[in-house]
Design a protein around this ligand. Structure first.
Ligand SMILES: Cc1cc2nc3c(=O)[nH]c(=O)nc-3n(C[C@H](O)[C@H](O)[C@H](O)COP(=O)(O)OP(=O)(O)OC[C@H]3O[C@@H](n4cnc5c(N)ncnc54)[C@H](O)[C@@H]3O)c2cc1C
Length: 399
């Protein structure tokens, strides 16, 4: 398997030459993101991705182990996560009021590209946390932010999104998980969620699940769904298990990421956002997840391009149409053949074009969340995003 090399020049080209990020950072009043700082972050992120994460790709393929409710991640995953936290990477774009460094989300995405190309299964753990952070920043109360957002921002805890149930995935209007209000203002959550990415693991001391459930007497369908924070362990006493993992899925790929069945049996939860508007609030997470899925297609194209290029330079077959390019060898490397070059350039076009499209969507996301954006700016950015993000996701995951 070829070694991953972060395409630093291509990333910088997309950021600065195609998308003029310097002007964009000024527009959203993120002047601290100077070109020097951004380049330094990309270079350090590249080193972490190439030197720490890429070498774990193969151990990751051996998969997570499940034993009596506990999940052990593949060799090296936990240590890499600790290095990631110590390096301050999880807080790159978080709100400074909760320990974040306040840099733009779009910059985080460039870092995520490198992390996820180097090791997709590993990258899903911080990836899911990031979505949980965005949802909490937008809809959490001050108390919830102090308790959960700050720990997610530092990376001490990780997060998930819990939508899917055994009988429903696409059609969430059918979901059955219940939330009963308690006298102390919390809720008792009962139900089962399946296919929960990063749903259980040994990399952090707690997991913050963002869960869709129904209140008593809620209207049927999607109009009766509310959103809850359900910590795996109660925040005050980390030894007390609030959510139990029933098993993990055996999948065709991304074995290093635990796709969990989670049982909520009278688990303590806390409402986020208004009652019965959970699906709308969850869309903060899902919009991020959509961009993440588009990124997944793009990084697969980049990694396969890097692998194909190395192979095409090494594998010998036939001679170039214009005569031998390497007469001293028994045949020329296949990269000399026009049809092989065409295929390599197609891969490269998907990866480079995909990068520009996804980075552009993330800049629109910056505009939506920037404090100085006018209502018109936000409306315009949301309108373009709502068209472009699903296209990016569909095109990049299907090609
Ligand atoms: C690796 C992995 C990780 C996941 N991680 C998470 C996670 O972190 N959190 C979470 O909540 N869920 C997660 N999921 C679940 C995922 O969101 C669901 O699988 C997805 O929503 C589809 O639901 P389903 O599998 O129940 O399929 P169904 O909803 O039962 O659909 C079955 C088939 O019918 C098709 N279909 C359904 N409705 C229509 C329609 N109207 N028109 C045309 N076709 C239709 C679907 O495309 C699908 O092919 C994950 C799944 C996988 C495989």
């Amino acid at each position: 398997m070829p070694e991953y090399r972060a395409p630093i020049r291509d990333i910088q080209f997309a950021l600065f030459d195609v998308l003029d990020s310097e002007t964009h950072y000024q527009r959203i009043q993120a002047e601290e993101a100077s070109r020097d700082l951004v380049e330094a972050i990309i270079n350090e992120g590249a080193k972490f991705s190439e030197e720490v994460l890429a070498p774990l790709y193969q151990s990751g393929d051996e998969g997570c182990q499940f034993d009596n409710g506990k999940v052990t991640t593949p060799a090296g995953f936990k240590e890499a996560y600790h290095q990631y936290v110590e390096g301050g990477w999880p807080s790159l774009s978080g709100d400074p009021a909760y320990g974040g460094q306040g840099l733009p989300e779009s910059l985080s995405l460039a870092l995520n590209e490198m992390i996820n190309t180097a090791n997709w299964a590993w990258g899903m753990y911080p990836g899911l946390s990031h979505g949980a952070k965005l949802t909490l920043s937008q809809y959490g109360t001050e108390d919830q932010k102090q308790t959960y957002l700050s720990k997610l921002t530092s990376g001490e805890w990780t997060g998930t999104m819990c939508l899917t149930e055994p009988h429903c995935g696409t059609d969430l209007g059918l979901l059955k998980t219940r939330a009963e209000p308690q006298a102390d203002g919390s809720y008792r959550i009962n139900g089962t969620k399946i296919f929960i990415s990063a749903g259980e693991h040994d990399m952090a001391e707690n997991i913050v699940h963002i869960v869709l459930a129904r209140l008593p007497d809620a209207p049927g369908g999607t109009k009766g769904i509310s959103l809850f924070i359900v910590p795996r362990n109660e925040a005050e006493s980390l030894n007390h298990k609030n959510v139990n993992c029933g098993s993990i899925e055996h999948k065709m790929g991304i074995h290093g990421n635990a796709t969990a069945v989670l049982n909520f049996d009278d688990a303590q939860g806390f409402l986020i956002g208004p009652e019965n508007e959970g699906l709308r609030c969850m869309f903060t997470f899902m919009n991020f997840a959509r961009l993440g899925t588009a990124l997944q297609g793009m990084v697969a194209a980049e990694l396969s391009y890097q692998g194909s290029l190395a192979y095409a330079k090494d594998r010998l077959a036939m001679r170039a149409l214009s005569g031998p390019v390497f007469p001293e060898k028994p045949a020329d490397p296949i990269i000399v053949h026009p049809d092989v070059r065409r295929m390599l350039l197609t891969q490269r076009a998907i990866s480079e074009g995909g990068r520009a499209m996804i980075y552009y969507c993330s800049q629109l996301g910056d505009v939506v969340h920037a404090k100085n954006s006018s209502e018109e700016d936000i409306e315009e950015a949301e309108a373009i995003m709502s068209v472009l993000t699903p296209i990016a996701k569909a095109f990049l995951t299907e090609t």
